[in-house]
Write a protein that binds this ligand. Structure first.
Ligand code: AHR
Length: 544
């Protein structure tokens, strides 16, 4: 079926486009089974339209004490033979700097609600050897704590998003941590920090108030969590820099009732102000989170393999990733009822592909990285861009060596993943203005899965350059794409594409990187640009 989709923040309109489409539905349907014939699609971009800014923090990351995410992945210690600066491995830092990681969420995840920050400060040899209760009761040396995390951020140029312990901690413990990090040196907490090597207070722009409090963070009901959030929010102050932005625990996937209850009970300081009482309009929370993971299907207990998968598993994973759009739309609709001005952000602070780890995986939740991950990332980031009016932050789970990662390490070796290349290609959207996009494309059909064959987002940066990112989901068919642009005149167009031989091509430590994006010819036409998208590919187009 040939369909036109208008995709724009909070709204999808779907219309049969037989009359307006320049290609006939039947012609494309006839080509569905013939990989030698390119499909045809048309994208219209209102280059002059004003749209919301794509917050750079949509390209954020998440790191947890889990598997080799922190230990080996980031921290090797100052005495390691692996090149490092103050214990932080230099290859990983250099790679992350290149993709402009804007913000990192730490220390968890489920780990956060069992983490006691005092264990991770002070002389290395005095730190207690603990147990990571959230993840396999593995040893936790506490060698990587607050100072090391902040040093790591400084080396890559990213901001901290600190998740405080609401599950097994206390308001006092969280307040003390914030004082320790942000108070001036002439206060007791500031002096203690200085004695541990950091005189200047750090800035802490984002604070996560617990993690998954409906599950590993405390098995709370939405009402219980809302009450806890209200309580914590009164004490989570920073003592230097700007007021910290509080991120409340939001829903697991499609738990819309959670969003409704937490917005109703925790967004406002006073929901029913009396005529003479003090009140304020400022929401208690800056953001509400959403966690959503992609498997091959919709079963948490059968996520599918991350290697050697077939086209059904490819399609099932992309179909699940596609649900990101519906989830954001429906959670946003609920938020709109309480917050029509969109002052509270939706922070998708855990997302990514989560498949079954191989039996011989070197560490917990370690996944090989394949072309499918690149498509999941491209599709998800396009969706976040299109919802930039509400989605102000997103954090890939989890940056290094854990589930969908940007980089993988093995001892002294490091490789960047296909997901890394997608973040590199998409970094041009950071801080740019989102543009409305209309897509007319044949569906990609595999078994019961039916999805628009291409997925697109677009933005215009401060210099006036236009960037369009496109995922071609079809594993067998190329797609001739005609992009119609208003505005202009457009003088130059260039594109790069990421693809691979097979849907399950994976990155290895042995061979060369098969995913390095390559130039793709981009032809300026009277009304825009024409591109030939290879099958199973991710493309970034720049037009000036
Ligand atoms: O990212 C892995 C885990 O997934 C996190 O610790 C938790 O928050 C989520 O359930």
């Amino acid at each position: 079926m040939f369909q036109a989709f208008q995709r724009w923040p909070g709204r999808i309109t779907l219309a049969l486009a037989a009359a307006s489409a320049v290609y006939s539905a039947s012609a494309n349907a006839g080509e569905q089974g013939d990989p030698t014939k390119a499909l045809r699609s048309e994208v219209t971009i209102s280059a002059g339209a004003g749209g919301p800014t794509i917050d750079p923090d949509i390209y954020g990351q998440f790191v947890e004490h889990l598997g080799r995410g922190v230990y080996e992945g980031i921290w090797v210690g100052p005495d390691s033979a692996i090149p490092n600066v103050r214990g932080i491995r230099s290859d990983v830092v250099a790679a992350l700097r290149r993709v402009k990681v804007p913000v990192i969420r730490w220390p968890g995840g489920c780990f956060a609600d069992g983490y006691h920050w005092r264990d991770g400060i002070g002389p290395a040899d005095k730190r207690p050897r603990g147990i990571n209760a959230a993840w396999s009761k593995s040893p936790e040396t506490n060698a990587f704590g607050t100072h090391e995390f902040m040093d790591f951020l400084g080396q890559i140029g990213a901001k901290p998003f600190i998740s405080v312990n609401l599950g097994s901690g206390s308001v006092r413990e969280a307040d003390d941590w914030l004082r320790y990090m942000t108070a001036p040196q002439d206060s007791a907490p500031g002096a203690e920090r200085a004695a541990n090597g950091r005189a200047q207070p750090w800035e802490v722009p984002f604070i996560g108030v617990g993690n998954e409090s409906w599950g590993c963070g405390g098995n709370m009901s939405a009402d219980t969590y809302a009450a806890a959030f209200r309580h914590y929010s009164a004490f989570l102050r920073t003592y230097s820099g700007e007021r910290a932005k509080l991120i409340a625990v939001g829903a697991d996937t499609d738990d819309y009732a959670w969003t409704d209850r937490v917005m109703a009970q925790a967004m406002k300081w006073r929901s029913q102000p009396t005529p003479l009482s003090l009140t304020t309009d400022r929401p208690l929370m800056w953001g509400l989170s959403l966690h959503f993971y992609t498997f091959a299907g919709n079963d948490w207990h059968a996520k599918g393999r991350n290697v050697d998968f077939d086209e059904n598993a490819w399609a099932a994973a992309l179909a699940r990733a596609d649900l990101t759009d519906e989830l954001i739309r429906r959670h946003s609709e609920i938020m709109d009822r309480y917050d029509p001005e969109k002052r509270v952000a939706l922070a998708v602070d855990e997302w990514g592909g989560w498949f079954q780890s191989e039996k011989d995986a070197p560490s917990q939740l370690y996944l090989e990285s394949t072309l499918r991950d690149a498509l999941i990332a491209a599709k998800s980031l396009n969706i976040f861009n299109r919802h930039a009016d509400r989605v102000k932050m997103a954090n890939l789970a989890q940056m290094v060596n854990v589930i969908q990662s940007l980089v993988l390490t093995r001892g002294a070796a490091m490789v960047v993943t296909p997901t890394y290349h997608v973040f590199d290609m998409y970094k041009v959207h950071q801080g740019a203005q989102a543009l409305p996009v209309t897509v007319a494309t044949p569906d990609y059909i595999q078994g019961k899965v039916r999805l628009p064959g291409i997925d697109v987002s677009a933005s215009r940066d401060a210099a006036g350059k236009l960037h369009v990112t496109i995922a071609n989901l079809d594993p067998a068919r190329a797609n001739r794409l005609n992009i119609r642009l208003d505005g202009g005149p457009w003088r130059r167009a260039s594109a790069r594409v990421l693809t691979a031989d097979r849907i399950d091509t994976r990155i290895t430590f042995e061979g060369p990187d098969p995913f390095v994006p390559q130039p793709l010819p981009a032809r300026l036409t009277a009304g825009g640009v024409e591109l030939d998208l290879p099958s199973k590919s991710v493309t970034v187009l720049e037009v000036e």
